[in-house]
Ligand binder design. Structure first.
Ligand code: ATP
Length: 780
């Protein structure tokens, strides 16, 4: 398993042993459903996927087994982040189409594998089986399935997901072309809300949209001024404003932040991507100041209605904090005669996308849609890599045609857990920029920054002209191991000479003795080194015990573990007691301090189940903390109940309580309202509202939460912790990819510990890349 390909049964079967083939399921309906049942039983397929095949069979009894199998597999891909089934890819690597093997499956008496079932099947035969006009069409229509063909790719979609992809293409295309082209969106009718998206098989109601092709050439004219006639920006004015916002030249390298501002000011759709600390927030705050000042500079204009949003509550809270800081520090003297007034026009409040669109309980419908668009002129979405295809389609459809959409995010992070890696797909060509000569010439005028030839491309596509990649980290410099490690892990395999070289480059970073990274090899599952790490933070693993490190002129505290927040909890607990109303502020302050201290350390892992998954680790860590006297709880309480200090993660949006998936709270104690001698447990969540900074919730009201001593990397997206430890499991698993490791590393602000519980797992992970299947990558 060294070449980056998946060998799911490594060590379980002899790969040279010829596998028996089993083709009955391809011809016989009963055999097919018997097979699907066995796959569902093993957890290789979801019951939902089988149910779709059964539904199609009931509706159209002569649907061939090969079609039903493709439909079940297409449905299954949605649960794994892909919006469709790529037939050729599936034939090339059939076993990747299922969730094989589920964690903890010992694989005794396994059902036949897809590779056995599909052995010998060719693409033409499978494709021919999909020619069933009642169930499959090549585009608009009423069939539950859609097939698309381009080059050698044949893809099968559930109609709803094909429609999302079409909607996104169409809306982005409209924003990338001249204002007059925006009218093409009206073809689809203003019925975004009428669709029945919760019915997987139901086609969207109303008229199918006209497919929009995105023009091959950029709309940039020589000076760029006629691109958006309604909002034409004079290049000289823009250039002067950009100089005021970016007064210090960056040296010989182009100022990518300034370039990003110029590009985004010029388009109704823009993406600003970049790794951690490259200045996405800094740039967008300057961009908003720029747009607002240009707007207010036009006589009689009202200020722009700007909204900021993020996919999760946690991400929204983090952006809230950093935006507020950035706006406070903005220097706008050169941009406006009344800089303070201009600052007032830049919002600092960040909401979640669900809240922005107005989600309604128990339905996928939102209050805002094409028929009731959002009342805004500019929408900024941070952490856009976490936005799935369904949400992105909903946002785009609710956006007024003339509004600007600015997406911020790190294209290399793990994509959303739901289907569709929209940001990653849109940014496929971001590394090379591909700016056309017209764009370069205009950018050079506007930013007075020459664009290096490496980033120019006479064949650049319109989408390329709307994407800016920030390439310099201001958080991690060359002396930062976290920065170097993230870079080494993130380098695509295609750029290395061999997987071996990639592994060597990553290992070399650890060999370099950077002060901010540590590596821990566990001898076995019971190695107490892991308990020491989570309790104390393993400072001994860092150079000089983590002491004496400077950051921006201040000495950093050495890395900590969970002892830190539990001690803060104990030591700073208000003694005032009795009347809660009188002492509310004191309790709020306590909760804020504990939550801050909790943010000093987080253990991340890849899996959910097993000893190296969230479930096993949570219990192990709770017991280790109990041994140290840091928490007091019975076994039952540790496993199933509440105790002082229990940190919890919200796993489902709860609009009633105003809590979002991803929010973290800590269980604290408050005086009982009726009996001050007793205390009552309440979970404290940060609110990002300065006047009411803490939301106190009774544990019994929390329906979907889990202990979060260990958190999956997926759930950690949008969060950042002072010391992050990433634990890799002891056996290969398809979930271990370079994107996962990169996302884990980049959650660390000052300290990072990599924990390997099995030899070679880091090597495994960094040489495996996520392959997402969608048609959006072809959006040019
Ligand atoms: N051009 C710059 N020169 C110096 N410091 C900068 C510059 N741009 C950003 N910074 C600083 O770098 C840090 C990270 O910036 P910022 O928060 O904008 O990055 P980001 O890409 O949004 O980070 P994140 O990974 O948190 O999303 C901040 O402290 C910011 O003040």
């Amino acid at each position: 398993m060294s070449d980056g390909t998946l060998d799911l049964f490594d060590g379980l079967d002899d790969p040279n042993e010829p596998q028996p083939t089993d083709h009955a399921a391809l011809h016989d309906i009963d055999a097919l459903f018997a097979l699907l049942d066995r796959w569902v039983e093993r957890g290789w397929l979801r019951a939902l996927d089988r149910a779709l095949a059964a539904f199609l069979h009931r509706e159209v009894s002569d649907a061939p087994p090969l079609l039903l199998l493709a439909a079940a597999l297409a449905s299954h891909q949605l649960g794994r982040g892909h919006v469709c089934l790529d037939l050729a890819q599936t034939l090339a690597a059939p076993d990747l189409a299922l969730s094989l093997p589920p964690e903890g499956d010992d694989l005794s008496d396994p059902p036949p594998l897809p590779s056995q079932i599909l052995d010998g099947l060719d693409l033409a035969t499978w494709q021919a089986a999909l020619d069933h006009p009642e169930l499959v069409t090549n585009g608009p229509g009423n069939t539950p399935l859609v097939k698309t063909e381009s080059d050698s790719n044949v893809r099968l979609y559930l109609r709803r997901y094909w429609q999302y992809e079409q909607d996104i293409r169409e809306q982005i295309a409209a924003r990338l072309t001249d204002a007059t082209d925006v009218t093409c969106r009206s073809d689809r009718g203003r019925d975004g809300a009428d669709r029945r998206p919760d019915d997987t098989t139901a086609p969207p109601s109303g008229n199918a949209p006209k497919e929009t092709t995105i023009p091959r050439r950029s709309g940039f004219s020589r000076d760029g001024a006629d691109r958006r006639p309604d909002e034409a920006i004079d290049t000289t004015t823009l250039s002067a404003a950009l100089d005021a916002l970016f007064p210090t030249p960056t040296g010989p390298e182009p100022d990518w932040q300034k370039i990003a501002c110029a590009l985004a000011a010029h388009s109704h759709f823009a993406v600003i991507t970049g790794g951690p600390g490259t200045g996405k927030t800094t740039t967008v705050v300057k961009l908003l100041a720029l747009l607002q000042s240009l707007q207010l500079g036009r006589e009689g204009n009202r200020s722009l209605r700007i909204r900021l949003a993020a996919p999760t509550g946690k991400a929204a809270a983090r952006l809230n904090e950093s935006i507020a800081g950035q706006v406070g520090g903005l220097k706008l003297e050169g941009l406006s005669e009344s800089p303070e007034a201009l600052k007032q026009e830049i919002p600092t409040e960040v909401t979640t996308l669900h809240r922005l669109l107005g989600s309604r309980p128990d339905t996928r419908h939102f209050r805002h849609h094409a028929g009731n668009p959002l009342p805004l002129d500019v929408l900024v979405i941070d952490e856009a890599s976490m936005v799935d295809i369904e949400m992105m389609a909903a946002v785009l459809s609710a956006l007024p045609p003339k509004a600007r959409l600015i997406l911020l995010g790190d294209k290399d992070q793990l994509a959303s857990v739901e289907a569709g890696a929209v940001l990653g797909d849109l940014c496929q060509r971001a590394e090379g920029a591909h700016y056309t000569p017209a764009t370069c010439q205009w950018l050079e005028q506007a930013t007075r920054t020459p664009i290096p030839t490496d980033y120019q491309d006479a064949d650049g596509q319109p989408l390329d002209q709307a994407i800016a990649m920030l390439r310099v980290s201001h958080r991690f410099d060359a002396s930062s191991g976290i920065g170097q490690l993230a870079q080494a892990v993130n380098r695509p395999l295609a750029r290395e000479h061999s997987p071996k070289e990639k592994k060597r480059a990553v290992r070399k970073v650890f060999a370099h003795s950077y002060a901010d990274i540590a590596h821990l090899n566990l001898a076995d599952a019971d190695d107490p080194a892991l308990d020491r790490l989570v309790v104390e933070g393993n400072p001994a693993g860092f150079l000089n015990q983590g002491k004496g490190r400077q950051h921006r002129g201040n000495e950093l505290a050495p890395p900590t573990g969970y002892r830190h927040y539990l001690e803060v909890l104990k030591q700073q607990r208000p003694t005032a007691g009795s009347d809660l109303e009188q002492h509310r502020e004191e309790y709020d302050r306590w909760a804020m301090t504990v939550l801050d201290a909790h943010n000093c350390f987080q253990l991340l892992c890849a899996l959910r189940r097993g000893p190296w998954g969230v479930e096993g680790l949570n219990l192990r860590i709770a017991k280790a903390l109990r041994r140290q006297g840091l928490i007091t709880a019975s076994d039952h309480e540790l496993e199933r109940s509440w105790y002082l200090g229990r940190p919890v993660l919200v796993t489902r949006n709860d609009y009633g309580l105003g809590l979002m998936n991803g929010d973290i709270g800590i269980t604290l104690a408050q005086p009982h309202p009726q009996d001050p001698n007793r205390s009552v447990l309440r979970v404290a969540f940060p609110t990002a509202n300065a006047e009411k900074p803490i939301k106190w919730v009774l544990p019994s009201r929390l329906q979907a939460v889990e202990t979060v001593f260990a958190m999956t990397v997926h759930k950690s997206q949008g969060s950042e912790f002072i010391h992050t430890a990433l634990l890799l499991p002891d056996a290969p698993n398809p979930i271990l990819t370079r994107e996962l490791v990169y996302t884990g590393i980049t959650r660390a602000r000052h300290w990072f510990t990599l924990v390997e519980s099995g030899r070679g797992m880091l090597d495994e992970a960094v040489t495996r890349e996520v392959v997402r299947v969608s048609g959006l990558g072809r959006l040019e």
